[in-house]
Design a protein around this ligand. Structure first.
Ligand SMILES: NC(=O)c1ccc[n+]([C@@H]2O[C@H](COP(=O)([O-])OP(=O)(O)OC[C@H]3O[C@@H](n4cnc5c(N)ncnc54)[C@H](OP(=O)(O)O)[C@@H]3O)[C@@H](O)[C@H]2O)c1
Length: 268
């Protein structure tokens, strides 16, 4: 029996791992990628319980050659992908004036170019299946956040990239979803880069009190199946996007005050 194929970058943790479970549970063959091969294997072992084919393929989305090798293996072993989720991402927490330029470069390389390389590698397959390219952006792609300059810029660039592609492929049957989660419990804040480019090792949020990755994955799955253009998650996220459109000056102050109050805020 052949299964539709879903590829998820950053499928070993957080939102990507939850998406892999959601798609495998829906009958998709799933291919996941990430840099840590052992974390991928642990994820793949759990995913095999759904009974659909699972590939765990280590790779770095910041390298075009890795994305191309991933696409070739997926096509050869599972068939052309009908859903590709460019989800792999990293974050940062440092004031711009203190941050090494390597931090900003890394954010752009993984979050923006990683999605661009994934799109480049998989569009021939999606053209064949008339499938979906899903980009996992953030509320930070709509509203620049202090101490996250590189993160916000990478997500804004990703959103413009997906919007351009959607227009470029207009009328071809391909689908592009820009998915913007709000704060979601995951490892991303522990791994976020500080000014020197090292993992900050702590989360300023109470991770148990924010949206859980399974709920985010379910919302993204439904939006992809319904072929929606955008998905903006959490009440706080939707309010931020709306207020930023109509009262951007007031939002400058609100956002500053919000992030200044965070635990160990670089703004304090
Ligand atoms: N959590 C939130 O609050 C939140 C909110 C809005 C948007 N998002 C977005 O959601 C996406 C997933 O984040 P998450 O919260 O689930 O984070 P996470 O738990 O840290 O997971 C990130 C995943 O991306 C992979 N990854 C990181 N760099 C990579 C690279 N260069 N090449 C390949 N894979 C790479 C990681 O695996 P390896 O480290 O092994 O490579 C891991 O599987 C990101 O794009 C993030 O910006 C998250």
């Amino acid at each position: 029996m052949s299964h539709p194929v879903c590829v998820i970058t950053g499928g070993s943790s957080g939102i990507g791992l939850a998406l892999a479970h959601r798609y495998a549970n829906a009958g998709y063959a799933v291919a996941i990628t990430g840099r840590d091969a052992s974390a991928l294997e642990i994820a793949a072992t759990a995913l095999r319980a759904y009974g659909t084919p699972v590939l765990a393929l280590p790779g770095n989305v910041a390298l075009l050659a890795d994305c191309q090798a991933l696409a070739a293996t997926v096509w050869a072993q599972l068939g052309p992908a009908s859903v590709v989720v460019a989800n792999a991402g990293i974050s940062m927490r440092a004031l711009f004036r203190d941050a090494d330029m390597a931090v900003i470069e890394q954010l752009m390389q993984v979050n923006f170019l990683g999605a661009v390389y994934t799109a480049k590698a998989f569009l021939p397959q999606l053209e064949q299946t008339k499938g979906s390219l899903v980009g996992v952006s953030s509320i930070a792609g709509y509203r620049g956040l202090p101490a996250r300059t590189g993160y916000s810029a990478s997500k804004a660039a990703l959103q413009a990239f997906l919007e351009s592609l959607r227009a470029e492929y207009y009328g071809t049957g391909l689908h592009f979803l820009t998915a913007c989660p709000g704060f979601t419990a995951s490892a991303i804040r522990n791994r976020a880069l500080n000014a020197q480019g090292l993992a900050q090792g702590e989360s300023p949020l109470e991770e148990g009190k924010i949206m859980q990755p399974a709920a985010v994955a379910d919302a993204i799955y439904k939006a992809q199946q319904a072929r929606r253009r955008t998905l903006v998650l959490t009440r706080q996220g939707r309010l931020t996007v709306w207020l930023n459109k109509w009262a951007p000056g007031w939002m400058d102050k609100l956002v500053y005050q919000h992030f200044r109050k965070e635990k160990n805020s670089p703004l304090a």
